[in-house]
Design a protein around this ligand. Structure first.
Ligand code: ACO
Length: 376
Protein backbone atom coordinates (compact mmCIF):
# COMPACT_ATOMS: atom_id res chain seq x y z
CA UNK A 1 0.00 0.00 0.00
CA UNK A 2 1.33 3.47 -0.81
CA UNK A 3 2.00 5.69 2.19
CA UNK A 4 1.00 9.35 2.20
CA UNK A 5 3.22 12.15 3.50
CA UNK A 6 2.21 15.65 2.48
CA UNK A 7 5.30 17.50 1.26
CA UNK A 8 7.09 14.12 1.45
CA UNK A 9 7.96 15.01 5.05
CA UNK A 10 10.02 12.27 6.70
CA UNK A 11 10.13 10.16 3.52
CA UNK A 12 13.53 8.72 2.57
CA UNK A 13 13.70 8.98 -1.23
CA UNK A 14 17.42 8.48 -1.97
CA UNK A 15 20.70 7.23 -0.54
CA UNK A 16 23.51 9.73 -0.28
CA UNK A 17 27.10 9.67 0.91
CA UNK A 18 27.45 13.45 0.57
CA UNK A 19 25.88 15.11 3.60
CA UNK A 20 24.50 13.85 6.89
CA UNK A 21 22.04 15.85 8.97
CA UNK A 22 20.82 15.19 12.51
CA UNK A 23 18.05 17.71 12.89
CA UNK A 24 17.45 16.95 16.58
CA UNK A 25 21.09 17.45 17.57
CA UNK A 26 21.89 20.23 15.07
CA UNK A 27 24.58 18.24 13.25
CA UNK A 28 25.66 18.65 9.61
CA UNK A 29 28.56 16.72 8.10
CA UNK A 30 29.87 16.57 4.54
CA UNK A 31 31.19 13.05 3.93
CA UNK A 32 31.44 12.60 7.70
CA UNK A 33 33.35 15.83 8.39
CA UNK A 34 31.52 18.29 10.68
CA UNK A 35 30.56 21.48 8.87
CA UNK A 36 32.36 23.63 11.46
CA UNK A 37 35.66 21.84 10.69
CA UNK A 38 35.24 22.50 6.99
CA UNK A 39 34.25 26.14 7.53
CA UNK A 40 37.34 26.62 9.71
CA UNK A 41 39.93 24.71 7.68
CA UNK A 42 38.74 23.96 4.13
CA UNK A 43 38.04 26.03 1.04
CA UNK A 44 35.09 25.96 -1.35
CA UNK A 45 37.14 24.23 -4.05
CA UNK A 46 38.31 21.53 -1.66
CA UNK A 47 34.77 21.09 -0.32
CA UNK A 48 33.41 20.59 -3.85
CA UNK A 49 36.13 17.99 -4.52
CA UNK A 50 35.11 16.28 -1.29
CA UNK A 51 31.42 16.21 -2.29
CA UNK A 52 32.12 14.94 -5.80
CA UNK A 53 34.75 12.36 -4.83
CA UNK A 54 33.62 11.47 -1.31
CA UNK A 55 37.12 12.02 0.08
CA UNK A 56 39.51 14.91 0.68
CA UNK A 57 41.98 15.52 -2.17
CA UNK A 58 45.72 15.06 -1.94
CA UNK A 59 47.76 18.21 -2.66
CA UNK A 60 48.33 17.49 -6.36
CA UNK A 61 44.72 16.46 -6.88
CA UNK A 62 43.43 19.70 -5.40
CA UNK A 63 45.87 21.70 -7.51
CA UNK A 64 44.78 20.07 -10.76
CA UNK A 65 41.06 20.22 -9.82
CA UNK A 66 41.40 23.93 -9.04
CA UNK A 67 43.41 24.63 -12.21
CA UNK A 68 40.79 22.82 -14.31
CA UNK A 69 37.97 24.82 -12.69
CA UNK A 70 39.79 28.14 -13.16
CA UNK A 71 40.51 27.42 -16.81
CA UNK A 72 36.74 27.37 -17.38
CA UNK A 73 35.84 30.73 -15.74
CA UNK A 74 35.26 32.58 -19.04
CA UNK A 75 31.85 32.21 -20.73
CA UNK A 76 31.80 30.52 -24.18
CA UNK A 77 32.48 32.59 -27.30
CA UNK A 78 29.29 34.31 -28.44
CA UNK A 79 27.65 34.00 -25.01
CA UNK A 80 28.07 37.67 -24.11
CA UNK A 81 25.47 38.71 -26.68
CA UNK A 82 22.88 36.71 -24.72
CA UNK A 83 23.85 38.56 -21.56
CA UNK A 84 23.46 41.89 -23.32
CA UNK A 85 19.93 40.92 -24.38
CA UNK A 86 18.75 40.62 -20.77
CA UNK A 87 16.59 43.53 -19.60
CA UNK A 88 18.60 45.69 -17.20
CA UNK A 89 15.79 45.57 -14.65
CA UNK A 90 15.39 41.78 -14.67
CA UNK A 91 15.70 39.93 -11.39
CA UNK A 92 19.06 38.19 -11.13
CA UNK A 93 17.56 34.81 -10.20
CA UNK A 94 15.52 34.89 -13.42
CA UNK A 95 18.63 35.88 -15.35
CA UNK A 96 20.62 33.01 -13.83
CA UNK A 97 17.86 30.49 -14.52
CA UNK A 98 17.75 31.66 -18.15
CA UNK A 99 21.48 31.94 -18.81
CA UNK A 100 22.61 28.78 -17.01
CA UNK A 101 20.10 27.06 -19.27
CA UNK A 102 21.63 28.85 -22.27
CA UNK A 103 25.06 27.39 -21.43
CA UNK A 104 23.76 24.07 -22.78
CA UNK A 105 23.40 25.67 -26.24
CA UNK A 106 27.20 26.03 -26.34
CA UNK A 107 27.80 22.40 -25.40
CA UNK A 108 28.34 20.14 -28.41
CA UNK A 109 26.90 17.16 -26.54
CA UNK A 110 24.60 18.57 -23.86
CA UNK A 111 22.72 15.31 -23.26
CA UNK A 112 25.77 13.14 -22.53
CA UNK A 113 25.24 11.55 -19.15
CA UNK A 114 28.32 9.36 -18.74
CA UNK A 115 30.37 10.12 -15.63
CA UNK A 116 33.18 12.03 -17.40
CA UNK A 117 30.69 14.21 -19.27
CA UNK A 118 28.64 14.91 -16.14
CA UNK A 119 31.78 15.99 -14.26
CA UNK A 120 32.91 18.22 -17.11
CA UNK A 121 29.48 19.87 -17.40
CA UNK A 122 29.41 20.35 -13.62
CA UNK A 123 32.82 22.07 -13.72
CA UNK A 124 31.68 24.32 -16.56
CA UNK A 125 28.49 25.34 -14.78
CA UNK A 126 30.26 25.89 -11.46
CA UNK A 127 33.06 27.94 -13.07
CA UNK A 128 30.80 30.06 -15.30
CA UNK A 129 27.82 30.85 -13.07
CA UNK A 130 29.79 33.45 -11.04
CA UNK A 131 30.94 35.01 -14.31
CA UNK A 132 27.39 35.18 -15.66
CA UNK A 133 26.18 36.77 -12.44
CA UNK A 134 29.00 39.30 -12.19
CA UNK A 135 28.74 40.20 -15.89
CA UNK A 136 25.00 40.71 -15.60
CA UNK A 137 25.44 42.92 -12.53
CA UNK A 138 28.07 45.03 -14.33
CA UNK A 139 25.86 45.27 -17.43
CA UNK A 140 22.77 46.40 -15.50
CA UNK A 141 24.92 48.93 -13.63
CA UNK A 142 26.20 50.38 -16.92
CA UNK A 143 29.75 49.20 -16.20
CA UNK A 144 32.16 47.26 -18.46
CA UNK A 145 32.70 43.55 -17.83
CA UNK A 146 35.69 42.61 -15.69
CA UNK A 147 37.24 39.45 -17.16
CA UNK A 148 37.73 36.54 -14.78
CA UNK A 149 41.20 36.13 -13.30
CA UNK A 150 42.26 32.47 -13.30
CA UNK A 151 44.81 33.13 -10.57
CA UNK A 152 41.94 33.70 -8.12
CA UNK A 153 39.66 31.33 -6.21
CA UNK A 154 35.94 31.18 -7.01
CA UNK A 155 35.18 33.48 -4.05
CA UNK A 156 37.93 36.03 -4.81
CA UNK A 157 37.26 35.99 -8.53
CA UNK A 158 33.52 36.54 -8.10
CA UNK A 159 34.04 39.61 -5.90
CA UNK A 160 36.76 40.85 -8.27
CA UNK A 161 34.51 40.55 -11.35
CA UNK A 162 31.62 42.17 -9.48
CA UNK A 163 33.45 45.17 -8.05
CA UNK A 164 36.38 45.61 -10.43
CA UNK A 165 38.91 45.36 -7.61
CA UNK A 166 40.39 42.47 -5.69
CA UNK A 167 38.68 41.82 -2.35
CA UNK A 168 40.57 42.14 0.92
CA UNK A 169 41.69 38.77 2.36
CA UNK A 170 39.03 39.12 5.10
CA UNK A 171 36.21 39.63 2.59
CA UNK A 172 37.47 36.86 0.31
CA UNK A 173 37.68 34.47 3.26
CA UNK A 174 34.18 35.40 4.46
CA UNK A 175 32.78 34.79 0.96
CA UNK A 176 34.60 31.46 0.76
CA UNK A 177 33.27 30.33 4.15
CA UNK A 178 29.72 31.22 3.05
CA UNK A 179 30.17 29.06 -0.07
CA UNK A 180 31.43 26.13 2.04
CA UNK A 181 28.49 26.42 4.47
CA UNK A 182 25.90 26.51 1.66
CA UNK A 183 27.38 23.80 -0.58
CA UNK A 184 25.18 20.83 0.29
CA UNK A 185 22.30 19.93 2.55
CA UNK A 186 20.76 16.52 2.05
CA UNK A 187 17.59 16.14 0.03
CA UNK A 188 16.43 19.74 0.34
CA UNK A 189 13.81 20.98 -2.12
CA UNK A 190 16.21 22.21 -4.82
CA UNK A 191 18.46 19.15 -4.60
CA UNK A 192 15.40 16.94 -4.81
CA UNK A 193 14.31 18.89 -7.90
CA UNK A 194 17.70 18.26 -9.53
CA UNK A 195 17.53 14.54 -8.74
CA UNK A 196 13.95 14.27 -10.02
CA UNK A 197 14.94 15.85 -13.35
CA UNK A 198 18.08 13.78 -13.91
CA UNK A 199 16.19 10.60 -12.96
CA UNK A 200 14.40 10.85 -16.34
CA UNK A 201 17.90 10.71 -17.94
CA UNK A 202 17.43 14.33 -19.00
CA UNK A 203 20.70 16.30 -18.66
CA UNK A 204 22.90 18.16 -16.16
CA UNK A 205 21.81 21.63 -17.35
CA UNK A 206 18.11 20.84 -17.00
CA UNK A 207 18.66 19.44 -13.52
CA UNK A 208 20.59 22.51 -12.35
CA UNK A 209 18.08 24.90 -13.93
CA UNK A 210 15.21 23.14 -12.13
CA UNK A 211 17.13 23.45 -8.88
CA UNK A 212 17.68 27.19 -9.44
CA UNK A 213 13.92 27.61 -9.94
CA UNK A 214 13.30 25.81 -6.67
CA UNK A 215 15.94 27.66 -4.67
CA UNK A 216 14.56 31.08 -5.50
CA UNK A 217 11.35 30.48 -3.51
CA UNK A 218 11.06 32.47 -0.26
CA UNK A 219 10.50 29.29 1.75
CA UNK A 220 13.88 28.03 0.53
CA UNK A 221 16.96 30.01 -0.60
CA UNK A 222 15.00 33.18 -1.25
CA UNK A 223 14.64 33.66 2.50
CA UNK A 224 18.05 35.38 2.80
CA UNK A 225 16.73 38.31 0.77
CA UNK A 226 13.55 38.29 2.91
CA UNK A 227 15.71 38.60 6.03
CA UNK A 228 17.45 41.69 4.66
CA UNK A 229 14.12 43.25 3.69
CA UNK A 230 12.94 42.66 7.26
CA UNK A 231 16.11 44.18 8.74
CA UNK A 232 15.63 47.25 6.54
CA UNK A 233 11.97 47.53 7.58
CA UNK A 234 12.83 47.63 11.28
CA UNK A 235 13.96 51.22 11.95
CA UNK A 236 15.94 50.61 15.17
CA UNK A 237 16.71 48.19 17.97
CA UNK A 238 13.81 49.43 20.09
CA UNK A 239 11.28 48.50 17.38
CA UNK A 240 12.41 44.88 17.02
CA UNK A 241 10.25 43.28 19.69
CA UNK A 242 6.98 44.86 18.54
CA UNK A 243 7.77 44.10 14.88
CA UNK A 244 8.41 40.42 15.55
CA UNK A 245 5.51 39.91 17.97
CA UNK A 246 3.07 41.68 15.60
CA UNK A 247 4.14 39.37 12.78
CA UNK A 248 3.79 36.27 14.93
CA UNK A 249 0.34 37.43 16.09
CA UNK A 250 -0.70 37.64 12.43
CA UNK A 251 0.75 34.13 11.86
CA UNK A 252 3.32 35.58 9.47
CA UNK A 253 6.59 33.70 9.14
CA UNK A 254 9.78 35.41 10.24
CA UNK A 255 12.22 34.86 7.38
CA UNK A 256 15.41 33.02 8.29
CA UNK A 257 13.79 31.00 11.07
CA UNK A 258 12.54 27.43 11.18
CA UNK A 259 13.54 24.41 9.17
CA UNK A 260 11.87 21.24 7.99
CA UNK A 261 14.74 19.14 9.35
CA UNK A 262 16.43 21.11 12.16
CA UNK A 263 14.54 21.28 15.40
CA UNK A 264 17.75 22.48 17.09
CA UNK A 265 20.12 25.32 16.20
CA UNK A 266 21.22 25.05 12.56
CA UNK A 267 25.01 24.50 12.82
CA UNK A 268 25.56 26.67 9.73
CA UNK A 269 23.70 29.55 11.41
CA UNK A 270 25.96 29.20 14.46
CA UNK A 271 29.03 29.65 12.27
CA UNK A 272 27.46 32.48 10.29
CA UNK A 273 26.46 34.27 13.47
CA UNK A 274 30.06 34.73 14.59
CA UNK A 275 31.12 35.62 11.04
CA UNK A 276 28.33 38.23 10.79
CA UNK A 277 29.24 39.69 14.18
CA UNK A 278 32.90 40.14 13.25
CA UNK A 279 32.20 41.53 9.77
CA UNK A 280 29.52 43.89 11.09
CA UNK A 281 32.01 45.34 13.59
CA UNK A 282 34.70 45.67 10.91
CA UNK A 283 32.43 47.36 8.36
CA UNK A 284 30.43 49.76 10.54
CA UNK A 285 27.29 47.62 10.44
CA UNK A 286 27.12 46.85 14.16
CA UNK A 287 23.50 48.09 14.25
CA UNK A 288 22.48 45.48 11.67
CA UNK A 289 24.02 42.67 13.70
CA UNK A 290 22.45 44.05 16.89
CA UNK A 291 18.99 44.02 15.25
CA UNK A 292 19.54 40.45 14.04
CA UNK A 293 20.60 39.29 17.50
CA UNK A 294 17.58 41.00 19.06
CA UNK A 295 15.25 39.28 16.58
CA UNK A 296 16.84 35.98 17.57
CA UNK A 297 16.31 36.75 21.27
CA UNK A 298 12.65 37.72 20.78
CA UNK A 299 12.04 34.62 18.63
CA UNK A 300 13.82 32.51 21.27
CA UNK A 301 11.34 33.61 23.93
CA UNK A 302 8.32 33.37 21.63
CA UNK A 303 8.79 30.20 19.56
CA UNK A 304 12.00 28.29 20.45
CA UNK A 305 9.80 25.85 22.36
CA UNK A 306 8.40 24.81 18.94
CA UNK A 307 11.93 24.04 17.75
CA UNK A 308 12.20 27.18 15.64
CA UNK A 309 15.71 28.64 15.52
CA UNK A 310 17.68 30.71 13.00
CA UNK A 311 18.47 28.81 9.82
CA UNK A 312 21.34 29.28 7.37
CA UNK A 313 19.62 32.24 5.72
CA UNK A 314 19.30 34.38 8.84
CA UNK A 315 22.87 35.50 9.52
CA UNK A 316 23.93 35.08 5.91
CA UNK A 317 21.88 38.21 5.16
CA UNK A 318 24.02 40.40 7.47
CA UNK A 319 27.17 38.63 6.26
CA UNK A 320 26.42 39.28 2.57
CA UNK A 321 25.47 42.89 3.28
CA UNK A 322 28.79 43.44 5.06
CA UNK A 323 30.67 41.82 2.16
CA UNK A 324 29.02 44.50 0.01
CA UNK A 325 26.70 42.31 -2.06
CA UNK A 326 23.55 43.97 -3.44
CA UNK A 327 20.38 42.55 -1.89
CA UNK A 328 19.14 40.80 -5.02
CA UNK A 329 22.43 38.90 -5.40
CA UNK A 330 22.06 37.13 -2.03
CA UNK A 331 20.08 34.20 -3.42
CA UNK A 332 22.16 33.98 -6.63
CA UNK A 333 25.27 33.62 -4.45
CA UNK A 334 23.53 30.71 -2.73
CA UNK A 335 23.14 29.22 -6.24
CA UNK A 336 26.92 29.40 -6.81
CA UNK A 337 27.55 27.48 -3.59
CA UNK A 338 24.79 24.93 -4.04
CA UNK A 339 25.84 24.01 -7.59
CA UNK A 340 28.54 22.03 -5.76
CA UNK A 341 25.85 20.00 -4.00
CA UNK A 342 23.36 19.80 -6.88
CA UNK A 343 25.94 18.54 -9.36
CA UNK A 344 27.23 16.00 -6.85
CA UNK A 345 23.69 14.73 -6.32
CA UNK A 346 23.08 14.48 -10.07
CA UNK A 347 26.22 12.34 -10.37
CA UNK A 348 25.17 10.26 -7.35
CA UNK A 349 21.65 9.79 -8.73
CA UNK A 350 23.02 8.62 -12.08
CA UNK A 351 25.26 6.07 -10.37
CA UNK A 352 22.18 4.16 -9.16
CA UNK A 353 19.22 5.69 -10.94
CA UNK A 354 15.55 4.99 -10.43
CA UNK A 355 12.91 7.22 -12.02
CA UNK A 356 11.14 9.37 -9.40
CA UNK A 357 7.44 8.82 -9.80
CA UNK A 358 5.38 9.23 -6.60
CA UNK A 359 1.63 9.00 -6.77
CA UNK A 360 -1.32 11.21 -5.80
CA UNK A 361 -4.35 10.52 -3.69
CA UNK A 362 -7.19 11.44 -6.07
CA UNK A 363 -9.87 13.30 -4.10
CA UNK A 364 -12.15 14.42 -6.95
CA UNK A 365 -15.44 12.97 -8.25
CA UNK A 366 -15.89 9.88 -10.47
CA UNK A 367 -18.18 8.83 -13.34
CA UNK A 368 -19.40 12.36 -14.07
CA UNK A 369 -21.59 13.04 -17.10
CA UNK A 370 -20.12 15.25 -19.81
CA UNK A 371 -22.40 18.31 -19.85
CA UNK A 372 -22.71 20.01 -23.25
CA UNK A 373 -21.62 23.64 -23.35
CA UNK A 374 -25.17 25.07 -23.67
CA UNK A 375 -26.36 23.10 -20.59
CA UNK A 376 -23.64 24.24 -18.13
N1 ACO B 1 8.33 32.14 11.80
C1 ACO B 1 7.28 31.93 12.61
N2 ACO B 1 6.71 30.74 12.82
C2 ACO B 1 7.23 29.70 12.17
C3 ACO B 1 8.32 29.83 11.30
C4 ACO B 1 8.88 31.11 11.13
N3 ACO B 1 9.91 31.33 10.32
N4 ACO B 1 8.64 28.63 10.78
C5 ACO B 1 7.74 27.76 11.29
N5 ACO B 1 6.90 28.41 12.13
C6 ACO B 1 5.78 27.81 12.88
C7 ACO B 1 4.58 27.64 11.98
O1 ACO B 1 3.75 28.78 12.00
C8 ACO B 1 3.92 26.43 12.60
O2 ACO B 1 3.28 26.85 13.79
P1 ACO B 1 1.90 26.14 14.26
O3 ACO B 1 2.26 24.70 14.51
O4 ACO B 1 1.51 26.88 15.48
O5 ACO B 1 0.94 26.30 13.11
C9 ACO B 1 5.10 25.57 13.03
O6 ACO B 1 6.18 26.49 13.26
C10 ACO B 1 5.53 24.56 11.97
O7 ACO B 1 5.73 25.28 10.76
P2 ACO B 1 5.70 24.65 9.29
O8 ACO B 1 5.71 25.78 8.31
O9 ACO B 1 4.62 23.64 9.18
O10 ACO B 1 7.06 23.86 9.29
P3 ACO B 1 7.83 23.38 8.04
O11 ACO B 1 8.64 22.24 8.45
O12 ACO B 1 6.97 23.19 6.85
O13 ACO B 1 8.70 24.70 7.80
C11 ACO B 1 9.97 26.23 6.70
C12 ACO B 1 9.91 24.83 7.29
C13 ACO B 1 9.18 26.26 5.38
C14 ACO B 1 11.45 26.53 6.40
C15 ACO B 1 9.40 27.29 7.67
O14 ACO B 1 10.07 27.23 8.90
C16 ACO B 1 9.44 28.68 7.08
O15 ACO B 1 8.57 29.07 6.32
N6 ACO B 1 10.48 29.50 7.47
C17 ACO B 1 10.65 30.83 6.93
C18 ACO B 1 11.32 30.78 5.54
C19 ACO B 1 12.78 30.40 5.65
O16 ACO B 1 13.54 30.92 6.43
N7 ACO B 1 13.18 29.48 4.74
C20 ACO B 1 14.57 29.04 4.64
C21 ACO B 1 14.72 27.63 5.11
S1 ACO B 1 16.42 27.12 5.05
C22 ACO B 1 16.68 26.87 3.41
O17 ACO B 1 15.80 26.46 2.70
C23 ACO B 1 17.97 27.18 2.87
Amino acid sequence: MPTYAKGLEGVIAADTKMSYIDGEQGVLEYVGIPIGELASHSTFEETVFLLWNLRLPRKGELESFTADLRSRYEVPAGFESKLLQMPRDARPMHVLRTLVSALSLHDTNPDANDLASLRSKALNILARTPTILAYYHRFRSGLPFVRPDPSLSIAENFLYMLNGRKPTPTMAKAMDVCLVLHADHGLNNSTFSARVVISTLSDMYSAIVAAIGSLKGPLHGGANEGVMVMLNEIPNLESVEKYVLDKLAKKDKIMGFGHRVYKAYDPRAAHLQSLAKQLAQDTGNADLYAKSKKIEDVMGQAVAAKGIYPNVDFYSATTYHCIGLPLDLFTPVFVIARIGGWAGHVIEQMSDNRLYRPTTDYTGPHAQAYVPMDKR
